[in-house]
Design a protein around this ligand. Structure first.
Ligand SMILES: [Zn+2]
Length: 271
């Protein structure tokens, strides 16, 4: 089955022969590849995250998509949102599993943008979650083909002194996948020219946090640009912030109340 060409086209799965792990996905019955124990929790978290994006006004209709890395039976793969389905109708069972060899488990075709999710997981073994939206302010900046510079110290949340903007490529193409994977090589977010925003992280909660912060920064940057070109922090100033971010939120000023109390989690539970 060839994944749908349109972001807004809902397509049920059908069976054909897979010839390429990156170009084709084949349908499989849900019982043929056992799901891991965390499958249910991952699906619930993904549905909640997509609904959250709607509440935040960062997603409209079925344009946004997200994925979680999930291996099955020793094979790498991911759980990903289906194509053409908005948060208001998405159910946990609607999420599909796409293996690295193109095997598809689920009732629907995967998001038409699964290509750059897969390429990014291959490029960054540490990534566990990827979130993509056409949020207004990030997309507006992407339509100017401009990266988000270090005009504010919080830009460091993406792991460097800028959030890069990839060149424009048609959605669902290998060229776009390669561009996104390259941009995420040393960043946890990137803009896609004339398209939108991608954020990633070691947990879905972290990817969502980066997504929200970058969207907010893009809004502030555009407001500043309307007055004048903002000054940017220099490499030394940003390096200092990046170093502080490595430990920010991971220490507490007082010891736990009891010796047996668990250490505070730096991030919400990983799903
Ligand atoms: Zn998109």
């Amino acid at each position: 089955m060839k994944p749908a060409e349109s972001e807004s086209t809902s397509t049920s799965s059908s069976t054909s022969t897979s010839t390429s792990a990156t170009a084709t996905a084949t349908a499989a019955t849900s019982g043929s590849i056992p799901a891991p124990a965390e499958d249910g929790a991952q699906r619930a978290a993904m549905v909640a995250a997509l609904q959250r994006l709607d509440v935040l006004g960062m997603n409209r209709g079925s344009t946004g998509n997200l994925s979680l890395r999930q291996a099955r039976g020793g094979q790498g793969g991911m759980l990903i949102t289906p194509t053409g389905m908005g948060a208001d109708e998405l159910r946990p069972q609607d999420l599909v599993w796409l293996g690295d060899d193109g095997t598809l488990v689920g009732d629907w075709a995967p998001s038409s943008e699964w290509h750059f999710h897969q390429a990014s997981y291959h490029a960054r073994p540490d990534l566990q979650a990827i979130v993509h939206t056409h949020s207004v302010h990030a997309t507006a900046l992407a339509c100017l083909q401009r990266p988000l510079p270090a005009f504010h110290y919080m830009v460091a949340i993406a792991g460097g002194d800028s959030v890069p903007c990839t060149p424009y490529h048609t959605f669902g193409t290998a060229a776009l996948s390669q561009a996104v994977a390259a941009a995420l090589a040393d960043r946890d977010a990137c803009l896609m020219a004339h398209h939108g925003l991608v954020a990633a992280g070691p947990t879905l909660a972290r990817a969502m946090k980066v997504m929200q912060e970058v969207e907010c920064l893009c809004e502030v940057y555009l407001k500043a640009l309307a007055v004048a070109e903002p000054a940017v922090l220099d490499a030394g100033q940003m390096a200092e912030v990046i170093e502080k971010f490595r430990t920010y939120g991971r220490t507490r000023s007082h010891p736990p109340a009891t010796a047996t109390a668990p250490a505070p989690a730096a991030e919400p539970p990983q799903v």
